[in-house]
Design a protein around this ligand. Structure first.
Ligand SMILES: Nc1ncnc2c1ncn2[C@@H]1O[C@H](COP(=O)(O)OP(=O)(O)O)[C@@H](O)[C@H]1O
Ligand SMILES: [Mg+2]
Length: 512
């Protein structure tokens, strides 16, 4: 599409236009590919001025011109309108006709006085008086044939200029478009760090759901960035300009959560000294983030189902339903599917919340992101403390990589905060500042590992598994088939467990 409006400001076109005007007293204008008149602001030619004015304006002139150009044969450049001649040159870009450049009006050098009289009569018929009609026709140029050819060349030059200009413009638009989409790719989730394949999957899902307003369930271990991602989803969504309110469903007892979410009316309980709106009311039009949704009681689940399904809720102590339009994003580190089987979580609520599911991978499953996150938090920490940027010693990095990060990104962030403080004025962060559990990470305590006799059974079993497999690997000289047989599990499941507990050869060799 050609931006005809911009053409009159182009230097080359202005210059050619001036030549055409001063030599031939013609106006230059354009029509688009549908032959509709474009950009004829202020005609100079007396005949053209009179013609347009008496005909009832540009609109009518445009229609007349269109009719004339429509019947112009292929390859024909000279047309005749109201007895006067004009030149129309196609503007062709990429093999497609984008419109015409037009120069109008002039007379042939063999125009007879009879023909002139007819043109004058035409002008008078549409309402011009005799004097102005005569003057306009007399003033028109009558270029001889060879000059008409020069004129055609000049008009063609204008058409070429337009093509050049538009191509450059299109190219520039394309570059700008490309750059800006590259930039937005890069910065859209600028505060979510991670380049691993696992995180790429998360980004591409976030991209896909950007325009959606569906409810979303974010699952993942503690500290994997669920809240961070919830915010990214909201701020990139159609509701991005509206409120994002968050509530941690496990942080309150049932009654307080109820009033927090749905508000209460004055006097509904001791301490309710005035009406208070709840988050569902305040977030109207925006997004509410229900963190730790797995920790809600059965009665709270019913209320949530209602507000999500029908958009209505009842404030604590109130008797009138209120309505709201809120998008719900929830997060949990619990296995809701298992909770449904155990009748701890309502299946109908689950399906309402889990329209789209985002799963955030544990940090140990995206090792490659550890160095990135380390650099990121180090810089963030040093900046916020106003100390010069520190650096990790090689061994420190290795230890960090070896550790399994049960607390995920949050734990890693805390560790770095701690390291920056402990390193004081030193630039280099040495491994001996690391928390003991991380420092010990490489030296897996296999045989004689401490299996707790109380606390979480799951953890203890995992620890036992880890120790038995680690021991076994060393004993069987890393022959996995043999060990699998000894342990009575399949080779595939042994391999999975070796990965899970990060019992790779290199690290086990260190202990052995
Ligand atoms: N991919 C990530 N990039 C940068 N910071 C992250 C990332 N994931 C988590 N964090 C940071 O780690 C901390 C814990 O994240 P959070 O979203 O609260 O986790 P969750 O809600 O899953 O427990 C926050 O300070 C958060 O900013
Ligand atoms: Mg959280």
């Amino acid at each position: 599409m050609i931006a005809f409006k911009n053409l009159r400001d182009l230097h080359a076109i202005k210059k050619i236009g001036t030549i055409i005007r001063s030599w031939f007293d013609l106006d230059i204008f354009y029509c688009d590919s549908n032959l509709n008149l474009k950009s004829l602001d202020n005609p100079q030619n007396l005949f053209l001025k009179l013609f347009i004015e008496k005909l009832g304006g540009q609109q009518t002139f445009s229609q007349e011109l269109k009719r004339t150009l429509e019947v112009l044969g292929e390859g024909e450049v000279i047309f005749e309108l109201a007895g006067a001649k004009g030149i129309a040159i196609n503007i062709v870009m990429g093999g497609e006709n984008q419109g015409k450049t037009i120069a109008y009006p002039f007379l042939g050098d063999n125009t007879t006085s009879g023909e002139e009289a007819e043109i004058i009569k035409f002008l008078m018929d549409i309402g011009a008086n005799k004097n102005e009609a005569t003057e306009a026709v007399k003033k028109m140029k009558r270029p001889p044939t060879e000059n008409q050819e020069k004129l055609t060349e000049l008009v063609s030059l204008v058409a070429e200029e337009i093509v050049d200009y538009q191509s450059a413009q299109d190219k520039r638009d394309e570059i700008v478009q490309k750059l800006s989409s590259e930039l937005s790719d890069k910065y859209r989730y600028h505060n979510i760090i991670g380049k691993s394949g696992e995180m790429q999957k998360v980004y591409s899902l976030l991209d896909k759901i950007k325009k959606s307003e569906s409810n979303i369930l974010i699952q993942g271990d503690n500290g994997t960035g669920k809240e961070l991602v919830a915010k990214a989803i909201h701020y990139n969504s159609p509701r991005g300009e509206k409120l994002f309110l968050e509530v941690n469903c496990s942080a309150f007892n049932e009654n307080i959560l109820d009033s927090e979410l749905f508000g209460h009316v004055k006097g509904s309980f001791t301490g309710a000294i005035k009406d208070k709106p709840g988050l569902f009311e305040m977030a109207d039009g925006g997004t509410i983030f229900l963190d730790e949704i797995g920790d809600t009681s059965p009665s709270m689940q019913v209320k949530l189902l209602r507000v999500i399904q029908e958009g209505t809720f009842l404030p604590v102590g109130g008797n009138a339903q209120k309505s709201t339009d809120v998008r719900v994003i929830c997060a949990t580190n619990k296995n809701l599917e298992e909770m449904i089987i155990n009748k701890e979580f309502r299946e109908d609520l689950y399906y309402r919340l889990n329209v789209i599911n985002v799963y955030l991978p544990a940090l140990r499953n995206r090792e490659g992101d550890i160095p990135l996150l380390m650099e990121y938090f180090l810089k963030k920490r040093c900046d916020s403390m106003g100390v010069p940027l520190k650096d990790f010693a090689k061994k420190t990095k290795e230890k960090m990589m070896d550790y399994a990060w049960p607390g995920n990104v949050r734990e890693l962030e805390n560790e770095i905060e701690r390291l920056v403080v402990l390193t004081g004025d030193e630039k280099m962060i040495l491994p001996d500042s690391l928390s003991p559990r991380i420092l010990d990470a490489g030296g897996i305590s296999v045989s004689g590992g401490f299996i707790p006799a109380s606390g979480s059974l799951k953890k203890a079993v995992a620890e036992l598994e880890r120790v038995m497999i680690g021991d076994g690997l060393i004993r069987c000289n890393f022959n996995k088939s043999r060990l699998a047989k000894e342990l009575g599990i399949s080779r595939a499941s042994l391999i999975m467990k070796v990965e899970k507990y990060r019992l790779d050869k290199r690290r086990l060799k260190e202990v052995a």
